[in-house]
Design a protein. Structure first.
Length: 427
């Protein structure tokens, strides 16, 4: 594939010459990256199945992903979505704007563009001059999705970075300046009342929803995060002791640490205070339990078995992340009344916390589990030298944490883990 073209277009008064060229690329089966009122988006012509599949490949999403029809006005929406009087008044009040509305699709919409089970379609009218000019020239909606790369949680916002990353995947990048990184507010209008699917840039008041409905107070955060944090940290340690016992070291077992009782593992500072502070003030969740004593010299084969003892902790976090994702799925599917939303929040917290602890502990820095794994896998001479770095491991970790390097390294891996679980359970 040839390299993508790159147009620098005026965000308020787009050059008609460039608009004409962009529409020509769309009509020839091309994919374009274009600015909206929220973020950059990927777009193609509505009837182009091949371009749509290429966008799926770029985003790494399956057929359950809702594409959006970006429309010129309300009259165009009516061709593709069923709109009653109540929905029309709400749409008129909120468009153009930073909203995506889920509506029942009309027969005009090909089935491949609809949600496979619900026969719905996402509809949007952005408040952006470049988009308005594109739609006017094209004469039909653009099939679109937010430009979020696989394993990442936020849209790309720098057009030059977009060009570098997608220059062989799309035909055109339209540079309309930095248009932000916040996504649209997604609202499901298929029921009797609007249902908030995702809070984004669009305000909730015009929808008749409370602005703080999806926000948690400090007390609610503590209630939601308490169980996931305690179990994530303490069962991580218990898993080390259990696997050590299997491979010959009974130290943790004798001391009562091979237990599912969190009280035996809680460290007041590392399990309660530090996670609470990072949860309330932001940053990467950080914490620890009382270390499980493992005498590696008592293992059947110390160097080999060290690998399995070290892997047990992150493995426990992975299992817990899967279980919490199942809890979240259950809460979203079951009719539990006022318990559904808190349980869903708790499930999400469990997924995120365990993903963080799994990835963090797999960092190849002693005394983290990843460091133990590295010592087990390295040849004896290199393993011995590597083990000599353990006294400096905590200092290295703190330096990476406060410099921001730790977050830069592990955040993409955490996002990838969460995204895979979300995709697996269809959340």
């Amino acid at each position: 594939m040839t390299m993508a073209q790159f147009f620098s277009i005026h965000p308020d008064n787009p050059q008609q010459r460039l608009i004409n060229q962009a529409v020509g690329i769309l009509r020839q089966g091309g994919i374009l990256v274009y600015p909206t009122d929220c973020s950059y988006a990927l777009g193609c012509q509505i009837g182009d199945k091949a371009a749509m599949e290429r966008i799926r490949e770029i985003r790494q999403v399956d057929e359950r992903h809702h594409f959006t029809l970006v429309c010129r006005d309300l009259s165009e929406i009516a061709q593709y979505a069923k709109v009653d009087n109540r929905q029309y008044r709400l749409l008129k009040n909120c468009t153009p704007g930073a909203y995506t509305f889920i509506l029942q699709a009309t027969k005009e919409v090909p089935r491949r563009l609809q949600h496979p089970k619900r026969a719905t379609i996402g509809i949007r009218i952005p408040g952006n001059a470049v988009v308005a000019a594109l739609l006017e020239e094209l004469g039909e909606p653009i099939l679109s999705t937010t430009l979020i790369m696989p394993g990442e949680s936020e849209p790309l916002c720098d057009p030059y970075d977009i060009r570098d990353r997608l220059e062989h995947s799309v035909e055109l990048v339209m540079d309309g300046g930095c248009c932000g990184m916040e996504m649209t507010t997604v609202v499901d209008l298929t029921g009797d009342e609007p249902v908030l699917v995702r809070k984004g840039q669009g305000a909730l008041a015009p929808l008749g929803l409370e602005e703080d409905r999806m926000e948690l107070t400090v007390v609610q955060k503590i209630a939601v995060y308490a169980l996931p944090v305690i179990f994530a940290i303490t069962l991580h340690e218990a898993a080390h002791g259990y696997v050590a016992k299997l491979f010959g070291d009974r130290t943790a077992y004798i001391l009562g640490r091979v237990s599912l009782n969190p009280l035996r593992h809680i460290d007041p500072i590392g399990t309660i205070l530090i996670p609470s502070l990072t949860m309330l003030f932001g940053g990467i969740l950080f914490g620890w339990a009382k270390p499980v004593p493992v005498d590696f010299g008592r293992l059947n084969n110390p160097k080999r078995d060290m690998l399995w003892v070290a892997l047990a902790g992150p493995g426990a976090n992975l299992v817990m992340a899967v279980l919490w994702a199942a809890v979240m799925k259950f809460a979203m599917a079951a009719s539990l009344g006022s318990f559904s939303e808190p349980l869903a929040f708790m499930g999400l917290a469990g997924v995120q916390i365990n993903a963080v602890l799994m990835v963090l502990n797999l960092m190849p820095i002693l005394p983290l589990d990843g460091g133990r794994i590295a010592v087990s896998l390295l040849p004896d001479r290199l393993a011995y030298r590597y083990a000599q770095l353990e006294p400096y491991g905590l200092m290295i970790l703190v330096l990476l944490l406060f410099s921001g390097a730790l977050g830069a390294i592990i955040s993409p891996l955490i996002s990838l883990t969460v995204s895979l679980l979300v995709s697996l359970f269809g959340l």
